[in-house]
Each structure stands twice: as C-alpha cells, then as structure tokens.
Design a protein around this ligand. Structure first.
Ligand SMILES: Nc1ncnc2c1ncn2[C@@H]1O[C@H](COP(=O)(O)OP(=O)(O)OP(=O)(O)O)[C@@H](O)[C@H]1O
Ligand SMILES: [Mg+2]
Length: 232
C-alpha cells in the first residue's frame, strides 16, 4: 500500500474578529494509504470539515506538515494544489451539489471537461460506465430533480470518482438520507472506492456509518484519537 498523505503535528488556528484565537486543530497526526477506509467521527464544531479541507488541499495548516505523495504541500503553489485537487481528490458532500437541469450523465462527465486527452474525448462513455458502476445505468438521462436522495448521492459518488482520484473525501455523505438508504449508499461508496484503489475518508456524526470504515478515529479537543482510546 502506497502512502498518499501524511499529516504531522498539524494545527489550524483561526483569528476571530474579537482578537482571540480559536484553536480548531491542535496536533493531528495521520497517515493515509491507497485502499484505506478511514472513518472520523466528532461532535459538531470539533473540526471535522476543517480537517477535510486540509486533506483536500483547500486550506493550509497553521503549523505542522502535510505531505502529499511524499511532497510537502507548503511547497505547492495554489495552481499546483488546484491541479492535484482536480485530478487526485474526489469530494462527496451531504448536500449532493449536482447541477440542476443537467442530466445525470452531464453531471458525472463535468469533471472530465478538465481532463487531458482521451479522458476528455471519451467523457460521455467514461461517465456512463461510472453511472453503471453505481447502479444507475437506467438513469443516465434523468435530471437530478427526478431522482431520489439516495440516487442523487450515487450520481455525486460517480462524479467524485470519474477522474480516478487517489483520495475520496466524504463529509457527512449520508447526512441527508434515511438510515437504510444511507447504509446502502455508504456500502456503494466503500465498494466503488476500494475497487478503484483510492483511499476513502468518511467524516460523520453517525457511529454506525463510521463503523463501516476499516480504521476509526474521533476528533476531540483538536486531536485525532483512535477510537479505542477515545472517551465514549
Ligand atoms: N474560517 C473560520 N473562521 C472562524 N471560525 C471558524 C472558521 N472555520 C471554522 N471555524 C470554527 O471552527 C469550529 C470547527 O468548525 P468545523 O466546520 O470544522 O466543524 P465540524 O466538526 O465540521 O462541525 P459540523 O459537524 O457542524 O459540520 C467551529 O466552531 C467553527 O465555527
Ligand atoms: Mg462540518
């Protein structure tokens, strides 16, 4: 298993308008390799989305280092970070964020507009194959508005994976779904990501969803605790 991401003593502090500092992350260590499925739980406000933004190169740590494929991300320009993000990171959110009035196929093909060569020219075939893999072969021409929440999240998963990312970051992917649909969608996300060889990081409030991950952590007090050592 190749190590993709390594976080060493990562902190994230924001300066508030009243001049105080909010220490959101106070020392996070984490190693992520291809094929991993890591589940992170934590209360609202514990810093889960802040951590996800760091993993997706949308934000930089205040102190500490994040290495991506062995390279210190502090050395990346914002253009280089954006290129890595577009090619190697897939995002799945609670609100599916699909383009309304565009078919499922158009939604899934959209990230390939920025892909080089073959992937660009074959984008409709690649998107259709991706929709088939998430069980939506019959719905390629459907608009998001006509799909159920679970189906919309499957389209969003197909879109996140269509460029063959190395890391898939899911922020409350089942938060807008009922328990049963959420579990089905999560199984799909896990299976499709695993088949593709990418790492999956799932952030959730839901312990049942986190338990589907092979490694589990709790974000508490700005630190990542492996679930065995976290307070219940
Ligand atoms: N740029 C910012 N400026 C000020 N405060 C921020 C900023 N980003 C995050 N915070 C604060 O840091 C804390 C952690 O935020 P974050 O969004 O990471 O929490 P979360 O664990 O994802 O919560 P939720 O489960 O509700 O989504 C919150 O108190 C939030 O208000
Ligand atoms: Mg959040």
């Amino acid at each position: 298993m190749t190590e993709l991401l390594r976080l060493s003593d990562v902190t994230r502090t924001v300066h508030l308008p009243d001049e105080s500092d909010l220490h959101i992350l106070t020392g996070v260590n984490l190693s992520i390799a291809s094929g991993d499925h890591i589940g992170i739980i934590g209360r609202s406000g514990s810093g889960k989305s802040t951590l996800l933004n760091l993993l997706g190169l949308l934000d930089k740590p205040t102190t500490g280092t994040i290495e991506w494929d062995g390279r210190d991300t502090r050395d990346l320009s914002s253009r280089q970070a954006a290129r890595i993000r577009g090619r190697d990171v897939g995002f799945v959110f609670q609100q599916f964020n699909l383009l309304p009035g565009r078919t499922a196929l158009d939604n899934v093909a959209a990230p390939l507009m920025y892909a080089p060569g073959r992937a660009f020219w074959n984008r409709r075939e690649i998107a259709a194959e991706m929709l088939r893999r998430v069980g939506l072969a019959a719905r390629v021409d459907s608009m998001p508005e006509s799909l159920s929440g679970g189906e919309q999240q499957r389209v969003a998963i197909a879109r996140a994976l269509v460029r063959g990312p190395k890391v898939v970051l899911a922020d409350e992917p089942t938060g807008a779904l009922d328990v049963e649909t959420g579990a089905e969608v999560m199984q799909m996300l896990d299976a499709v990501t695993y088949e593709s060889g990418a790492a999956l990081i799932t952030i959730t409030h839901d312990i049942a969803i986190a338990q589907m991950a092979r490694q589990r952590f709790r974000l508490e007090g700005g630190k990542l605790l492996s679930v065995a050592e976290a307070t219940p």
